[in-house]
Structures are given as structure tokens and as C-alpha cells.
Design a binder for this molecule. Structure first.
Ligand code: PMP
Length: 443
């Protein structure tokens, strides 16, 4: 494409496209950061012909990599046969039934029934509403309060925004919803304290990501979820695991919560279920909840999206899971995650301004500190500068600046050792540059 045509698209973007979770100011000054036009494996290409490594699997979701012909074929086939039909009023379709059964088979414990959505925010809103509705059916209508953790991210629909512990998302508007509460992300004891303060008879559910993603790849202590499970059981509070990032292999197991040896009452998923090829998500509920719903629900379940059980999306989801299983991508995530940690540790030895590093399967984080002893941070923060420098060098990563100065990684699960080394090499080159230009010179 000519430079002129690219410039034309950029100005159309500035005028007509309000971007999600973006700096409007930067868009208006510089135009879009890149206009992507192709993807293959771990690589993305923009209209200017530049290639980037997609070190974030785009939005933690393109787990099987870009440009899979098999997915395109199954999508075409399903779209020609039946793209969409209603799942309201008990109508159904074959891909939705098969995908629900497949996910139930993969999920831990007795999480065996699926409600479909089009993404993570809808899934968490659904889980919150199902939890509240469940308690009404069970004759405990006061159980409506939802507890989540500081620095959590659950999405941007009304329920999921209010459950999100990263404050900036809640402060986007000035009317917080009632009945949402937050506990320190590291402390199960504080969860117990808060439940007792609120009165267990008023608490519907506790929601948590097994490993926080957008909050900075924060890994809980090994016994955290065992304690959470015990506390929830003790006070009759439902435990919802938000597996939107961690589901479908990213952590080296099918679902992140499996590392902690507990089974939640509900589990939400999205992203990795379709690797971003189509919009798809859902909520898994336990057999107990399902049994109770079957026994107590009268009339119509007054919750449903037009696209719940979308035939095309579910057919793509099935093929995506087939690829994950056939290519052993869950195991690859585990092995490459271990390699990524070794790479991070080597960088940590080399650069004094790296504080903590951590990985959990193919989720990774490198924290920057001015002083390792005191944990003092750079001002301005270093990770946003690092991310911009890496884009110039053809690597897309992400920065987390709430409460920390962190570079986060979430590469596609198909990544090879050589490709991982390419990522680490670009990170190394960028950090060497930052060492000279920013850390030493202070500019
Ligand atoms: N939960 C978690 C843990 C997420 O990371 C996200 C998205 N990043 C969501 C929920 C919201 O998903 P979506 O953007 O698909 O609505």
C-alpha cells in the first residue's frame, strides 16, 4: 500500500474510530500506533510492511497463533451451513452442544454445564448475576454482595467493571454500583474478615483470577486458593474463578485454578476458547448449582445474549481446542514458560534496574525499580518507555503501571524456543539502550 493511502487511513482512524482502552490524546497526535493487515504464527504485519512479534498474543488471546487455515476452513463451512440460529426458548445447535460438552470434559471437578457469551466481560456479568439469582432461588435473597481483589481485572460491562479491582476502570464514571467490595489481593485472612463484617448472609460470591493478568501477572501464594475455598465453604459464599486469560492452556494446565488444587463453583472463560478468531466466552457452573437451578427455577431464565451459543463461534471454538490438544500446546506453554523464566533471570543478573521477575506458564512479568533494596520506582516510569522502544524494534509487549512499573509477556502458546529467544534478544537490546539513555543519563 502506498504511503499516501496509509496516511489517508490514519486520518480516517483519527476522525471516525474511537479506540478501546487507548490514549485518545496519542491517537489524535500520532494516529494509530500501527495498522495491522496480516498475521502468521507469532508475527503481525502492518500496512507499512513492518513485521512485529506479537509477544502478547494480541490481547492474551491468540493462543494458537495467527493465520490458521484450518480455522478459516471450519468457519467457512459452518457459516455456509448455519452461521447463527437462536438458543433462546430451548432452541439449540450442534456446535454449541458439542462445545459445551467438550469444555465440561476439560474443566476440573464437577464444572459440567456451560452458559455461552461473546467475551470475558459478559461472562463475568453473567457469573455475578447467576450467583445472585441462585441465592434468590435458594431462599437467601439478601446474599447479593460480590467481593473481588485489589488489582483484579474482570472487564468493562456494568457488573464486571464494578468487580474490577483496578480503580481507574471504576472511576471512568461517577456512579459505582452498590454491593461490590474489594479485599487485599494477597490476603485470604482479609477475605474472612470482610465476609464477617458484611455478614455472610449478605455475601453472594467471591471472584478472582487464578493469576491476575492486567493487574501485573500477580501470582498468589501457593496456599491462597485452598484458604479461599475453605473460607467460601465455611460461610456459604460461591467462589467464581475468572479464567478469561488463564483458561485453555496458558498456564501449562487446561485451567489456571488447577495449579492450586481446588474447584470453584463457577468458572468464566473467553479469549483462549477461540484464540480470538471469533468472539466467544462463557461460564461453567458446578453440578450442584445446575441441579439446584433445575429443581428450583420456575419459568424462564431471564438472562441471555442474542449470541449465546453462536453456531459459527462454537464451531471455531471446537476446532481451536482440537488444535490445542493435537499440537500439545498446554505442555508447550509449560516448557516454554520455564525457558522464559530462565531468560528473565539472566536479564535480572545483567540489569540492576530489574526488580522482581516472575512467570506462570506463558505469562511473564519483569518489574523495574530504581533501587532494588528500597523498591523505589523511576519517575517517569520506565516500562512505558521500554514498550515504545520495543515496538520500534518489532516486538509488542505491554506495560502495567498501576501500583508497579512492569513489563508483561503473554506470547502465543505455539511459540518455539528460537522464537522465544528472539523476544528475549529484543528485550535485552532495548534494556541495554535504556540503561545507557535513560538510567545512566537520566533522560
Ligand atoms: N477477565 C479477565 C481476567 C480479563 O483479562 C479480561 C480481558 N482482558 C476480561 C475479563 C474481559 O474480557 P473481554 O475484554 O473479552 O470482555
Amino acid at each position: 500500500m502506498t504511503v499516501q493511502l496509509v496516511e489517508q487511513l490514519k486520518s480516517l482512524d483519527q476522525k471516525h474510530f474511537l479506540h478501546p482502552t487507548s490514549s485518545i490524546e496519542e491517537q489524535q497526535i500520532y494516529g494509530p500506533a500501527a495498522i495491522f493487515c496480516e498475521g502468521k504464527g507469532i508475527y503481525l504485519k502492518d500496512l507499512g510492511g513492518k513485521t512485529y512479534i506479537d509477544g502478547m498474543s494480541s490481547l492474551w488471546n491468540v493462543n494458537i497463533g495467527h493465520g490458521r487455515t484450518e480455522i478459516a476452513e471450519v468457519a467457512k463451512e459452518q457459516m455456509e451451513k448455519l452461521a447463527f440460529s437462536s438458543c433462546f426458548a430451548t432452541f439449540s445447535n450442534e456446535p454449541a452442544i458439542k462445545l459445551a460438552a467438550k469444555i465440561a470434559q476439560m474443566a476440573p471437578g464437577d464444572l459440567n454445564t456451560v452458559f455461552f457469551t461473546s467475551g470475558g466481560s459478559e461472562s463475568n456479568d453473567t457469573a455475578i448475576k447467576l450467583a445472585r439469582h441462585y441465592w434468590i432461588l435458594k431462599g437467601q435473597p439478601n446474599r447479593q454482595k460480590i467481593i473481588s481483589r485489589t488489582l483484579s481485572y474482570h472487564g468493562v460491562a456494568f457488573g464486571s467493571t464494578n468487580a474490577t479491582g483496578i480503580e481507574g476502570f471504576r472511576k471512568f464514571t461517577n456512579s459505582p454500583a452498590p454491593d461490590f467490595y474489594y479485599v487485599n489481593k494477597d490476603s485470604a485472612a482479609e477475605l474472612r474478615k470482610l465476609i464477617l463484617e458484611l455478614g455472610p448472609e449478605n455475601v453472594a460470591a467471591f471472584i478472582s483470577e487464578p493469576v491476575q493478568g492486567a493487574g501485573g501477572v500477580n501470582v498468589p501464594k501457593p496456599d491462597y486458593f485452598k484458604e479461599v475455598r475453605e473460607i467460601c465453604d465455611e460461610y456459604g459464599v460461591l467462589f467464581i474463578a475468572d479464567e478469561v486469560i488463564t483458561g485453555f492452556g496458558r498456564t501449562g494446565k487446561n485451567f489456571g485454578i488447577e495449579h492450586f488444587g481446588v474447584v470453584p463453583d463457577m468458572m468464566t472463560f473467553a479469549k483462549g476458547v477461540s484464540s480470538g478468531y471469533v468472539q466467544l466466552g462463557g461460564v461453567l457452573i458446578s453440578e450442584k448449582i445446575h441441579r439446584d437451578l433445575c429443581a428450583l427455577s420456575k419459568g424462564i431464565l431471564m438472562h441471555g445474549y442474542t449470541y449465546s451459543g453462536h453456531a459459527l463461534a462454537c464451531a471455531v471454538g471446537l476446532k481451536n481446542i482440537e488444535i490445542i490438544e493435537r499440537e500439545g500446546l498446554v505442555q508447550n506453554a509449560k516448557e516454554m514458560g520455564e525457558e522464559m523464566l530462565k531468560g528473565f533471570q539472566a536479564l535480572q543478573k545483567k540489569y540492576d534496574f530489574i526488580g522482581k521477575v516472575r512467570t506462570f506458564g506463558l505469562l511473564g512479568a519483569i518489574e523495574f525499580v530504581k533501587n532494588r533494596e528500597t523498591g523505589e520506582r523511576f519517575d517517569p516510569l520506565l516500562s512505558p518507555i521500554a514498550v515504545k522502544e520495543m515496538v520500534k524494534r518489532g516486538l509488542i509487549l505491554r506495560t502495567v503501571t498501576y501500583d508497579q512499573d512492569t513489563l508483561v509477556f503473554s506470547p502465543p502458546l505455539i511459540i518455539t524456543k528460537d522464537e522465544l529467544n528472539d523476544i528475549l534478544r529484543i528485550v535485552d537490546e532495548t534494556l541495554a539502550y535504556l540503561q545507557n539513555e535513560v538510567v545512566v543519563k537520566g533522560v
